[in-house]
Design a protein around this ligand. Structure first.
Ligand code: NI
Length: 452
């Protein structure tokens, strides 16, 4: 439909505008919605349609009215600007949807406008209002802290990349899911989980349209403030409360953190656990997710007895060689396996070969623990050599790397403890060492040691 309009024609058209306003009483669950308004305007140049509910809350209603006025005025100005040019009929469609979740009212306003050109324009605007505090809030508000919000962002990134029907550009998705409030303007707490909407162009091309993901509550309940947690689909909830110990006795001691990679191993890990008490030792295990499933009892025991459980990824691949999706999968699968065994998602990560780029660190969002004493136990498989290497390089704050899949490594580590205990060392987990050293672990640093 094309026509040519001159200024006279336009005035005439406007005076003939047909305005229809239908207001009907509409009962909805929740007290926030009263009734719904439908506005239709049709002229020779454009069609306009606006649907919005009346909200009892004045603060919210004002925001909705402001939005409608602004979008409508914007559209009509565009119509005016191009009145003399031959165009297909312009179109304006604005809808407002309101939902309640707990004490939060969510208003989602969506405008499509066509005023010439290759495609329509689209505006998504969301408002979240806390009926308790009487304030507008954003997504961060629902999360425990900044760290939790960051974690959500890497989960969201992973969920977008995992959408099956699309090929994504990882950098684009990364940028669109970075932990900024602007990237998370549209979300919805649903029965199945937290739904996040990314409008067209945020994480993929315009042609791909809007991208929607739903993150189940079992993934994010730990990150959400308690009052906003949803019902997790997990059937079995494991609640292990590990042994803790009084750290004050180690205050003036030289500290060493023994870390055991590549396990668990039923025989060797249990042998180690059987002997740790002799040296009043707790250690850290960086386990492989792929080995956890068959060694659940062992890892449970290690955790229960007060040792740290960290992740060494699922399949021990060099993370620097993986795509973002594959990298996230290596981390997520391992974290899930560990959580299933001990009821807690690990926060410590030792990347295989110590390899992780800055970008990888950002994605992982875990505390990266490396080492500074390496007896090359896997190479020599000789308990005396392992012990001597550790003893020779031992120092306060050291992080020792050994592997509990080898008998010689476990025996060597125990021999080293025997000697180092005489030298006044105490053997602590990474978490204990950080506490004793007053270090709050962050996700940007790689920890090689924790010296005084
Ligand atoms: Ni390893």
């Amino acid at each position: 439909m094309k026509r040519r309009l001159n200024r006279k024609g336009k005035v005439l058209v406007l005076s003939l505008s047909l305005v229809v306003l239908i207001s009907s009483v509409f009962i909805v669950k929740g007290l926030t919605k009263k009734d719904e308004n439908h506005i239709l305007e049709s002229t020779d140049t454009y069609d306009l349609k606006i649907d919005y509910p009346n909200i009892e809350n004045k603060k919210i209603m004002n925001k909705i009215n402001e939005y409608i006025d602004y979008q409508k005025e914007n559209f009509l100005n565009n119509v005016k600007e191009v009145e003399d040019i031959e165009q297909p009929k312009y179109d304006f469609n604005l809808s407002v949807n309101v939902n309640d979740y707990k004490d939060i009212t969510h208003v989602y306003m969506l405008t499509f406008a066509y005023t010439g050109g290759a495609h329509y324009t689209r505006d998504d605007t969301s408002l979240y209002y806390d009926n308790k505090t009487k304030e507008f809030v954003d997504l961060k508000y629902f999360f425990k802290d900044e760290e939790s919000f960051k974690k959500l962002s890497s989960i969201a990134y992973y969920y977008v990349l995992k959408l099956e029907d699309k090929k994504f550009d990882e950098l684009w998705v990364k940028k669109g899911t970075d932990p900024t409030i602007d990237n998370y303007r549209h979300f919805n707490f649903k029965d199945e989980g937290l739904e996040i909407l990314f409008p067209p162009y945020q994480v993929a091309s315009w042609a791909d349209g809007e991208i929607k993901i739903t993150i189940p509550y079992e993934e994010i309940n730990d990150l959400l403030k308690e009052e906003y947690r949803g019902i997790s689909k997990e059937t079995e909830v494991i609640n292990i409360i590990p042994e803790t110990r009084d750290l004050s006795k180690f205050q003036d001691k030289k500290l060493i953190a023994f870390t055991f990679d590549d396990g668990p191993s039923e025989t060797n890990t249990n042998y180690l656990l059987d002997n740790l008490d002799k040296y009043d030792a707790k250690v850290t295990f960086f386990v492989l997710g792929s080995r956890v499933e068959n060694n659940k009892e062992t890892i449970k025991r290690a955790y229960l007895e007060g040792n740290d459980i960290g992740s060494h990824t699922y399949n021990h691949r060099n993370l620097n060689l993986l795509s973002d999706t594959a990298l996230m999968e290596e981390l997520k699968k391992s974290n899930d396996a560990i959580k299933e065994a001990i009821g807690k998602t690990p926060t410590l990560l030792r990347p295989p070969y110590g390899n992780l780029t800055y970008h990888g660190k950002e994605l992982a969002n875990m505390n990266i623990v490396l080492w500074n004493v390496d007896p090359l136990d896997w190479k020599y498989k000789d308990k005396n050599r392992v012990a001597n290497e550790i003893i020779e390089h031992a120092h306060d704050g050291a992080i020792v790397l050994v592997h509990d899949i080898y008998k010689s490594s476990v025996e060597g580590a125990l021999l080293a403890m025997e000697e180092l205990q005489k030298q006044g060392y105490a053997f602590v987990t990474i978490t204990e060492m950080a506490k004793l050293r007053g270090i709050t672990l962050d996700t940007e640093t790689s920890y090689f040691s924790m010296k005084k």
